[in-house]
Design a binder for this molecule. Sequence first.
Ligand code: 13P
Length: 268
Amino acid sequence: MTVEAPARHFYFGSNFKMHKTLAEDRAFIQTLLDLNASQFDLQLFIIPAFTSLGGLQDTPRPRNLWIGAQNMHWANSGAFTGEISALMLRSIGVDLIMLGHAERRHNFGETDIELNKKAISAAASQLRVLLCVGETAEQRRYGVTDEVLAMQLKIALSGYPADCLERLMVAYEPVWAIGAGSQEALPEDIAPSIDQIRHTLETLFGQDRALHIPVLYGGSVNRDNCGGYVQHATVDGLFVGRAAWQPEGFMEVMQTGYNAWKRKRGGN
Ligand code: 13P
């Protein structure tokens, strides 16, 4: 059964991965300001490299733009050379932490258990959490997508405090649909996975709370396909890489996706 989402916001963000210097990130945000991105009644976010996070705090930005980080350690401090804590991110005003991106899971061996420690630590520091989940092509071929999504969510969110759920978002990013040379997912490919994510969130937190957790779709989203992904009743936004790395592309995909999302929900 598909459940109707409660009235809520649309979310649109971009993971900049290992791209852009501080100067380039500042120019990106300035263009968003020039293009009047804050006129839209939706929540925007960008997730730049660590080296930009401090410098962006005093950069003027649209009022509806969160700045996020791409990774963190679960400890607040300690002998963890090269790592950065939730406390440090909060201390410079970072809004959001992305956890469990496929590139971190698969290139750097990040596990669900580590992600659980990170999620709990982020919650304790009042950071918003964007937890990324998704199956590989191989897992999909074996027909275990539902099991993989349930496992990733159940472990990463084990013990996640109920009073921090309003700062939690989930991104469904099938690994086979991410990045250059990947396969583009069809809206009908993603629907069962979105339902499975909702179902698992309900199991974890109860139906009411689960329905208020934004679930975004990411993976080769672009201007032409974004309208299809938001047709699903409980997709609340889009999480974009390549197609949003230029501010004009960011604005175009955002507006196209947002308009399709509003039309689907009977807005104008
Ligand atoms: P692409 O949109 O480039 O496939 O990247 C998606 C992504 O990894 C967002 O985190």
